[in-house]
Design a protein around this ligand. Structure first.
Ligand code: IYR
Length: 217
């Protein structure tokens, strides 16, 4: 096996980088109102390349990223997504779920699926190109890759929405994906619209998210 290439940095540098990364990540927000301005697609592709460095079960890399900029395809995706969302908001969603969504102000209208200059559809491959090739921990692997993608796009100065119309089977149909690929999430990418508003959310404190196990003995 080849030897790992790994450069250690000083603790001061570690702290500076960890703090800088945290500050950068704190500024990320899910955006639902996009500017129609075009974005540099090479930047988006570089972010997808970063996402594809994610760890995966048995290194099977069970993901496909479909990049959509064609207005006709975006419209087809919007129409199919809105049909699902109308069913969701119009009765399929339990009352409690709708109540939990109220602070976000979401509804069945998804204009951003056409306004955003670019949509990335992340697919999870249930198995390899032949059903003989197994894939492992597919949801975990693709979830990690999606996290890398969101962070990479944000770091590169682009806004995203992690959008999961449910069910998402229409995406495989509209995009002509093979049967063993399941849509995992739909991510509009672009610049926020001028005056874009976001819900006033807070993030949990460290005390709420971190449990440290005390030393024993
Ligand atoms: N898919 C719907 C509903 C929705 C669900 C969750 I969980 C959210 O965090 C946000 C929205 C929609 O996109 O409107």
């Amino acid at each position: 096996m080849p030897e790992l290439e790994f450069s250690r940095i000083s603790e001061a540098e570690m702290r500076a980088r960890a703090e800088a990364f945290l500050e950068r990540m704190r500024t990320r927000r899910s955006v639902r109102s996009f500017s129609p301005e075009p974005i540099p697609l090479d930047v988006v592709k570089t972010a997808i390349a970063a996402a594809a460095t994610a760890p995966s079960g048995a290194n099977k890399q069970p993901w496909t990223f479909v990049l959509v900029t064609d207005p006709v395809t975006k419209r087809a995706i919007r129409q199919a997504a809105e049909a699902e969302e109308r069913a969701f908001y119009g009765g399929r969603a339990p009352e409690r779920w709708l109540r939990d969504l109220e602070p976000l102000g979401t509804n069945a209208d998804k204009p951003f699926l056409e306004t955003a200059p670019c949509l990335i559809v992340v697919f999870a491959q249930r198995h390899g190109a032949s059903d003989e090739e197994r894939h492992y921990y597919v949801q975990e692997s693709v979830g990690i890759a999606a996290g890398f993608l969101i962070a990479a796009l944000h770091d590169a100065g682009l806004a995203t929405l992690t959008h999961t119309p449910s069910p998402m089977a229409f995406l495989g149909e509209v995009l002509g994906r093979p049967k063993h690929e399941r849509a995992f999430l739909l991510m509009p990418v672009g610049y926020p619209a001028a005056g874009c508003e976001v819900p006033g959310i807070t993030r949990k404190s460290m005390a709420e998210v971190l449990v440290e196990v005390p030393a024993t003995g």
